[in-house]
Ligand binder design. Structure first.
Ligand SMILES: C[S@@+](CC[C@H](N)C(=O)[O-])C[C@H]1O[C@@H](n2cnc3c(N)ncnc32)[C@H](O)[C@@H]1O
Length: 248
């Protein structure tokens, strides 16, 4: 039977997703942070909007560099965890519990980021476009934008219908179905922890570089450039990641 997605799937899914953050090693995160500092021209006192911010994987190290962070997320538990870590480190981070489609900032930030495949969560293409419009609006004129997502062209070459994963003591079975009519992937996850099973579903609209570039330009962004790594290698069907930068 064709897989179906539940409405607002992210609420249940991200409640169980917390162990997945362990997939990003401190080394990988550090090199990403350095890359964003350089490419977004982030210096002490600059204003950065991290949407969605998660548990502050990127936001916390940036705040430690003196960047003024505003973070948005739909998961109250992630925001709670981040707020606790920030206050322990005596860092001031502004956090908002909000759906990324509903943010309402205008000409406020020097840079804006949507990081680690946090885009394409909505079944309606117009909703995904709305996120880009809101992020664009939040930037000051001349402000810099980065979006980091999985490359659809890589997915097409390496698509796996099923695989097992294990992270932080949780065994995870992932069963995927790709829909060519909408370029979307619905994944059913079976999380098994201490013998207890929980099943969840995610939806991601997948984008190739050229499609995201054209969407960003439609929204008004200029100078759109994409890399497959923090070493600024070009995007190809062999690159899993895309780091796309643009300017308002
Ligand atoms: C893969 S995590 C990435 C988090 C962070 N950007 C990072 O790099 O670590 C995706 C995040 O999107 C958040 N999220 C999911 N749906 C959302 C929505 N509709 N509005 C705002 N945030 C959402 C999740 O709670 C989660 O923190």
């Amino acid at each position: 039977m064709k897989k179906q997605i539940t409405e607002n799937w992210w609420n249940d899914f991200f409640a169980e997703f917390r162990p997945f953050f362990a997939h990003k090693s401190p080394k990988e995160t550090n090199s990403e942070v350095k890359f964003y500092l350089k490419k977004l021209n982030l210096k002490k006192g600059k204003l950065f909007l991290d949407c969605p911010v998660g548990i502050g994987r990127i936001a916390l190290p940036l705040a430690k560099k003196g960047i003024k962070i505003t973070g948005i997320d739909i998961m109250p538990s992630y925001l709670g965890e981040l707020s606790e870590k920030a206050s322990k480190a005596k860092l001031s981070i502004k956090l908002f519990h909000q759906d990324m489609r509903k943010i309402d900032f205008e000409n406020q930030f020097d840079a804006v980021g949507n990081l680690w495949t946090s885009f394409g969560y909505f079944e309606k293409d117009s909703d995904n476009m709305l996120v880009l419009k809101k992020l664009y609006k939040a930037l000051k004129p001349g402000g810099k934008f980065v979006i980091q997502v999985i490359n659809r062209d890589w997915i097409m070459k390496n698509f796996l219908s099923n695989n097992w994963d294990e992270v932080a003591g949780v065994k995870i079975l992932e069963k995927r179905e790709f829909f060519y009519d909408t370029s979307s992937c619905i994944t059913e996850y079976l999380f098994i922890k201490d013998g207890v099973e929980k099943s969840l579903t995610s939806y991601i609209r997948m984008y190739s570089f050229h499609e995201l570039k054209s969407m960003l330009e439609k929204v008004g962004f200029k100078n759109v450039v994409g890399y497959s790594s923090v070493k600024e290698e070009p995007i190809s069907r062999d690159s899993r990641e895309m780091f796309i930068f643009a300017v308002k």
